[in-house]
Design a protein around this ligand. Structure first.
Ligand SMILES: Cc1cc2nc3c(=O)[nH]c(=O)nc-3n(C[C@H](O)[C@H](O)[C@H](O)COP(=O)(O)OP(=O)(O)OC[C@H]3O[C@@H](n4cnc5c(N)ncnc54)[C@H](O)[C@@H]3O)c2cc1C
Length: 424
């Protein structure tokens, strides 16, 4: 029996035979929402996940060329997926371990370089690169076998909180009562807005152009990133089968131009940028996916639980924070939200219901430091490398070399990139 049925008298007007009552509703069908819903159900909480895109199952990625949405997965993400029994079920031939990261400044000088390696990190890999679909498909498979979890393909149109829980009104289904709602409904989170949580938002006036390439030189399991004069950033992330995934952050105008490039245009571009370093490193690059562009912005919710007077809703993933992709950490941070929430609810005292205020405050407190630090670092780096003054140019390039020589700072940087979560 669910805790909602056991402990909480849902004596609100909405409590008719028509209303379904569960412990938790997760709003959102992205990776953060699916991982959270699965984890909650695995700990015995009766859970419903609601999102419009749950109607179409994610197909298993297949074929020689990798899908368009590629992510860097940090060791903290690996730990969460292992905890959810997902990691070993993934098709590992479609994941590439990253053993080295090389980041280059925009003066073209050899010393303006930051090199992070597994040797310094003391781990077998710094990250893994793989397709979003690979994770989503495997999560879907596990969810199908989880009898404490139902998925509803619909949109949440409205929700009302009261002293006992939340009533959710869906577009095409009957209302649901839940003790707790987890909002994983993305950067524009309608839930965040409807419970009155404000968010600071800043556009970077940049778009990220993503595409996959086959490269004629081995990528040496290395993730490369070049900061270019003018503020563009080009990352080339290694994939299996001599492929790389590009994330090129640039002005929206240039993104439109890049989207219309022919292979010949790309050849000329790669030969020119970063003094030809991209082709020197990776050889001839042949396009093997249709390029796509994503607008880039920074968002931070003012609170991670709400509404303020009576919190019954928790924000996770992009609903709570969005950052520049230069560090490849947005989803990893969102999955650390999931890990923290699962830890707190999993270890709660038996007298505390899942929506107990002490637990929700604990969650908010624990997520603040990690979120603020990552948002700050990515934002500062982005802005430092966009500045056009001579001082800024000297500072950022000197900074890369300086960090590279400082074992202490490097160690902290690696710790931040690896992330840290523990399941007890
Ligand atoms: C170019 C680029 C590269 C990136 N690279 C990386 C990387 O390498 N590593 C990394 O960690 N991160 C990366 N990120 C960040 C990453 O893409 C996001 O952080 C991640 O996708 C957010 O996942 P999410 O589940 O929180 O939200 P989303 O994936 O946005 O999911 C939101 C869900 O909510 C649903 N929804 C919305 N409204 C409603 C409603 N009213 N009712 C019900 N459901 C609703 C939507 O349908 C959707 O299912 C990158 C981002 C960009 C732009």
């Amino acid at each position: 029996m669910s805790e909602a049925n056991q402990n909480i008298p849902f004596n609100t007007p909405a409590n008719t035979a028509q209303v379904r009552t569960v412990d938790v509703v997760v709003i959102g069908g992205g990776i953060a929402g699916k991982a959270c819903a699965l984890g909650l159900a695995q700990m015995g909480l009766q859970t419903i996940e609601v999102a419009p895109d749950l109607s179409s199952p994610i197909p298993s990625p297949a074929g020689p060329h990798w899908g368009q949405r590629i992510y860097a997965f940090s060791p903290s993400t690996q730990k969460l997926l292992a905890h959810l029994q997902i990691w070993d079920a993934l098709d590992h031939s479609r994941l590439q371990a990253v053993r080295d990261m090389r980041i280059f400044g925009d003066r073209g000088e050899q010393t303006d370089q930051l090199h992070l390696s597994t040797f310094e990190a003391g781990t077998p890999q710094l990250a893994w690169i793989g397709e979003s679909n690979l994770i989503e498909h495997t999560l879907d498979q596990a969810i199908r076998f989880q009898n404490k979890l139902d998925q509803i393909a619909d949109t949440v149109e409205n929700l009302q909180t009261d002293a006992d829980g939340v009533t959710l009104y869906l577009k095409n289904h009957l209302p649901i009562r839940a003790l707790l709602v987890v909002a994983a409904d993305g950067a524009n989170s309608p839930t965040r807005m409807s419970i009155g949580i404000t968010a600071s938002e800043e556009s970077y006036s940049q778009s990220a152009v993503v595409a996959n390439w086959s490269c004629s030189n081995p990528h040496l399991e290395t993730a490369y990133q070049w900061f270019l004069p003018g503020g563009d950033i080009v990352a080339m992330l290694p994939l299996p089968n001599k492929q790389v995934s590009m994330v090129w952050s640039t002005s929206p105008e240039n993104a439109t131009t890049l989207l219309n490039f022919t292979q010949e245009d790309w050849n000329q571009k790669f030969a020119l940028i970063a003094g030809g370093a991209v082709t020197n490193q990776l050889g001839k690059l042949s396009l093997n996916s249709a390029p796509a562009a994503f607008p880039l912005r920074k968002i931070r919710a003012a609170r991670f639980i709400g509404p303020e007077h009576n919190p019954k809703v928790v924000l996770i993933g992009d609903a709570a924070h969005v950052m520049h992709p230069l560090a490849g950490q947005g989803l990893n941070l969102g999955l650390r939200d999931v890990a923290t929430l699962l830890n707190i609810l999993g270890k709660r005292e038996s007298f505390r219901s899942p929506n107990n205020l002490v637990l929700l405050r604990r969650y908010e407190r624990q997520r603040q430091g990690d979120t603020s630090a990552l948002l700050w670092v990515t934002d500062r780096l982005k802005k430092l490398f966009s500045g056009s003054s001579n001082t800024e140019r000297q500072l950022r390039n000197f900074g890369l070399g300086f960090v590279n020589r400082s074992h202490f700072i490097k160690r902290r940087l690696i710790e931040r990139a690896l992330g840290d979560i523990d399941f007890e």
